[in-house]
Design a protein around this ligand. Structure first.
Ligand code: GAR
Length: 196
Protein backbone atom coordinates (compact mmCIF):
# COMPACT_ATOMS: atom_id res chain seq x y z
CA UNK A 1 0.00 0.00 0.00
CA UNK A 2 2.77 2.41 1.06
CA UNK A 3 4.46 2.27 -2.32
CA UNK A 4 1.44 3.02 -4.45
CA UNK A 5 2.03 6.06 -6.67
CA UNK A 6 0.74 9.19 -4.97
CA UNK A 7 -2.33 10.74 -6.51
CA UNK A 8 -1.79 14.38 -7.45
CA UNK A 9 -4.42 16.99 -8.21
CA UNK A 10 -2.78 19.96 -9.93
CA UNK A 11 -4.35 23.40 -9.47
CA UNK A 12 -3.69 25.99 -12.20
CA UNK A 13 -4.94 29.40 -13.28
CA UNK A 14 -3.09 29.86 -16.56
CA UNK A 15 -0.73 28.34 -19.06
CA UNK A 16 0.31 25.35 -16.98
CA UNK A 17 3.94 24.92 -18.02
CA UNK A 18 4.83 23.58 -14.54
CA UNK A 19 1.80 21.28 -14.76
CA UNK A 20 3.13 19.84 -18.03
CA UNK A 21 6.61 19.38 -16.58
CA UNK A 22 5.13 17.44 -13.64
CA UNK A 23 3.10 15.27 -16.00
CA UNK A 24 6.26 14.55 -18.01
CA UNK A 25 8.10 13.64 -14.81
CA UNK A 26 5.28 11.26 -13.80
CA UNK A 27 5.23 9.63 -17.21
CA UNK A 28 8.92 9.25 -17.82
CA UNK A 29 11.01 11.21 -15.35
CA UNK A 30 11.90 11.55 -11.69
CA UNK A 31 8.29 10.92 -10.56
CA UNK A 32 7.76 7.77 -12.62
CA UNK A 33 6.26 5.10 -10.38
CA UNK A 34 6.09 7.60 -7.49
CA UNK A 35 3.19 9.81 -8.53
CA UNK A 36 0.56 10.34 -11.14
CA UNK A 37 -1.74 13.21 -12.00
CA UNK A 38 -5.37 12.25 -11.44
CA UNK A 39 -6.94 15.60 -12.25
CA UNK A 40 -6.19 19.19 -13.17
CA UNK A 41 -8.35 21.82 -11.51
CA UNK A 42 -8.68 25.45 -12.49
CA UNK A 43 -10.52 28.52 -11.26
CA UNK A 44 -10.46 29.90 -14.81
CA UNK A 45 -12.54 28.32 -17.58
CA UNK A 46 -10.14 29.55 -20.26
CA UNK A 47 -6.91 28.57 -18.53
CA UNK A 48 -4.64 27.33 -21.34
CA UNK A 49 -3.41 24.49 -19.18
CA UNK A 50 -6.87 22.89 -19.04
CA UNK A 51 -6.84 22.25 -22.80
CA UNK A 52 -3.29 20.92 -22.59
CA UNK A 53 -4.30 18.50 -19.83
CA UNK A 54 -7.33 17.29 -21.80
CA UNK A 55 -5.12 16.71 -24.87
CA UNK A 56 -3.01 14.45 -22.68
CA UNK A 57 -6.08 12.51 -21.58
CA UNK A 58 -6.07 13.85 -18.03
CA UNK A 59 -9.36 14.64 -16.30
CA UNK A 60 -10.02 18.31 -15.70
CA UNK A 61 -12.44 20.22 -13.55
CA UNK A 62 -13.18 23.91 -13.30
CA UNK A 63 -15.22 26.07 -10.99
CA UNK A 64 -14.98 29.65 -12.17
CA UNK A 65 -13.99 32.12 -9.48
CA UNK A 66 -15.15 35.05 -11.60
CA UNK A 67 -16.95 37.61 -9.44
CA UNK A 68 -17.16 35.22 -6.49
CA UNK A 69 -16.33 36.16 -2.95
CA UNK A 70 -13.33 34.21 -1.61
CA UNK A 71 -14.99 32.23 1.18
CA UNK A 72 -18.05 31.32 -0.91
CA UNK A 73 -15.80 30.19 -3.73
CA UNK A 74 -13.54 28.13 -1.48
CA UNK A 75 -16.58 26.40 0.02
CA UNK A 76 -17.37 25.17 -3.49
CA UNK A 77 -13.77 24.07 -3.95
CA UNK A 78 -13.85 22.19 -0.64
CA UNK A 79 -17.11 20.46 -1.54
CA UNK A 80 -15.52 19.27 -4.79
CA UNK A 81 -12.27 18.20 -3.11
CA UNK A 82 -14.19 16.20 -0.51
CA UNK A 83 -15.48 14.03 -3.34
CA UNK A 84 -11.97 13.35 -4.71
CA UNK A 85 -9.37 10.78 -3.77
CA UNK A 86 -5.88 12.25 -3.70
CA UNK A 87 -2.66 12.45 -1.72
CA UNK A 88 -1.44 15.94 -2.62
CA UNK A 89 -2.79 19.15 -4.11
CA UNK A 90 -0.07 20.71 -6.23
CA UNK A 91 -0.46 24.42 -6.89
CA UNK A 92 1.23 25.27 -10.19
CA UNK A 93 0.48 28.87 -11.03
CA UNK A 94 -2.80 28.82 -9.09
CA UNK A 95 -3.16 32.54 -8.56
CA UNK A 96 -5.52 32.58 -5.62
CA UNK A 97 -4.99 32.83 -1.91
CA UNK A 98 -6.94 30.00 -0.29
CA UNK A 99 -9.23 30.63 2.69
CA UNK A 100 -7.99 29.50 6.09
CA UNK A 101 -10.76 26.91 6.45
CA UNK A 102 -9.76 25.29 3.14
CA UNK A 103 -6.07 25.13 3.99
CA UNK A 104 -6.80 23.73 7.46
CA UNK A 105 -8.68 20.78 5.92
CA UNK A 106 -5.51 19.54 4.24
CA UNK A 107 -2.49 20.12 6.47
CA UNK A 108 0.82 19.29 4.72
CA UNK A 109 -1.15 18.18 1.67
CA UNK A 110 -1.16 21.43 -0.34
CA UNK A 111 2.15 22.29 -2.02
CA UNK A 112 3.09 25.49 -3.87
CA UNK A 113 5.94 26.70 -6.05
CA UNK A 114 6.92 30.32 -5.56
CA UNK A 115 9.43 32.02 -7.88
CA UNK A 116 11.40 33.70 -5.08
CA UNK A 117 12.78 32.99 -1.64
CA UNK A 118 9.56 33.03 0.42
CA UNK A 119 11.56 34.34 3.38
CA UNK A 120 12.33 37.49 1.38
CA UNK A 121 9.52 38.05 -1.11
CA UNK A 122 5.92 36.84 -0.90
CA UNK A 123 2.98 37.29 -3.23
CA UNK A 124 2.78 38.27 -6.86
CA UNK A 125 5.42 39.62 -9.25
CA UNK A 126 8.42 37.75 -7.89
CA UNK A 127 10.44 37.75 -11.14
CA UNK A 128 9.69 41.43 -11.67
CA UNK A 129 10.89 42.07 -8.12
CA UNK A 130 14.16 40.22 -8.80
CA UNK A 131 14.64 42.18 -12.02
CA UNK A 132 13.79 45.57 -10.51
CA UNK A 133 16.23 44.96 -7.66
CA UNK A 134 18.96 43.85 -10.08
CA UNK A 135 19.55 40.66 -8.13
CA UNK A 136 22.42 38.54 -9.39
CA UNK A 137 20.66 35.49 -8.01
CA UNK A 138 17.19 34.60 -6.85
CA UNK A 139 15.58 31.43 -5.52
CA UNK A 140 12.71 29.14 -6.34
CA UNK A 141 10.86 27.85 -3.28
CA UNK A 142 8.64 24.79 -3.00
CA UNK A 143 6.68 24.94 0.25
CA UNK A 144 3.66 23.67 2.13
CA UNK A 145 0.69 26.00 2.00
CA UNK A 146 -0.46 27.29 5.36
CA UNK A 147 -2.89 30.06 6.29
CA UNK A 148 -0.45 32.85 5.43
CA UNK A 149 0.68 34.24 2.08
CA UNK A 150 3.72 32.14 1.09
CA UNK A 151 4.58 31.52 4.75
CA UNK A 152 4.38 27.70 4.87
CA UNK A 153 7.28 25.43 5.79
CA UNK A 154 9.86 25.20 3.03
CA UNK A 155 10.31 21.79 1.41
CA UNK A 156 13.21 22.76 -0.87
CA UNK A 157 14.80 25.75 -2.56
CA UNK A 158 16.94 26.16 -5.65
CA UNK A 159 19.12 29.05 -6.76
CA UNK A 160 18.50 30.82 -10.04
CA UNK A 161 21.64 32.62 -11.25
CA UNK A 162 20.76 35.92 -12.88
CA UNK A 163 24.00 36.83 -14.61
CA UNK A 164 23.91 38.09 -18.22
CA UNK A 165 20.30 39.08 -17.70
CA UNK A 166 19.06 42.08 -19.65
CA UNK A 167 15.30 41.90 -19.71
CA UNK A 168 12.47 40.72 -17.49
CA UNK A 169 11.81 37.99 -20.07
CA UNK A 170 15.37 36.74 -19.52
CA UNK A 171 14.62 36.46 -15.79
CA UNK A 172 11.35 34.61 -16.40
CA UNK A 173 12.88 32.22 -18.94
CA UNK A 174 15.84 31.45 -16.71
CA UNK A 175 13.58 30.93 -13.70
CA UNK A 176 10.94 28.86 -15.45
CA UNK A 177 13.54 26.49 -16.92
CA UNK A 178 14.68 25.79 -13.36
CA UNK A 179 11.11 25.58 -11.99
CA UNK A 180 10.24 22.90 -14.54
CA UNK A 181 13.00 20.56 -13.30
CA UNK A 182 12.91 21.54 -9.68
CA UNK A 183 9.21 21.22 -8.85
CA UNK A 184 9.19 17.51 -9.68
CA UNK A 185 12.43 16.97 -7.76
CA UNK A 186 10.92 18.64 -4.71
CA UNK A 187 7.74 16.55 -5.00
CA UNK A 188 9.94 13.46 -5.21
CA UNK A 189 11.71 14.56 -2.04
CA UNK A 190 8.36 15.04 -0.32
CA UNK A 191 7.11 11.61 -1.35
CA UNK A 192 10.26 9.68 -0.57
CA UNK A 193 11.17 11.54 2.63
CA UNK A 194 7.88 12.82 4.05
CA UNK A 195 8.38 15.78 6.34
CA UNK A 196 6.71 16.08 9.74
C1 GAR B 1 5.27 30.18 -12.30
O1 GAR B 1 6.38 31.04 -12.48
C2 GAR B 1 4.98 29.98 -10.83
O2 GAR B 1 6.14 29.89 -10.04
C3 GAR B 1 4.23 31.25 -10.53
O3 GAR B 1 3.37 31.42 -11.64
C4 GAR B 1 3.99 30.86 -12.79
C5 GAR B 1 3.02 29.88 -13.43
O4 GAR B 1 3.49 29.44 -14.68
N1 GAR B 1 3.52 31.15 -9.30
C6 GAR B 1 3.37 32.18 -8.48
O5 GAR B 1 3.82 33.28 -8.69
C7 GAR B 1 2.56 31.87 -7.23
N2 GAR B 1 2.63 32.97 -6.32
P1 GAR B 1 2.87 28.15 -15.36
O6 GAR B 1 1.35 28.34 -15.38
O7 GAR B 1 3.43 28.16 -16.75
O8 GAR B 1 3.31 26.95 -14.55
Amino acid sequence: MENKPKRLIIFISGRGSNMEAIMDACEDGVLKGLAHVVCVYSNRIHAEGLAKARERGIDTFCISSFKKERAAYDKEVLRWLNGQTFDYIILAGYMRVMSDFLVKEFPKKIINIHPADTLVHQGLGAYQWAFDNQLTETKITVHFVDEGLDTGAIIAQKNVPLVHIETIDDVRNQGLAIEHEFYSEAIKLLITKPQG
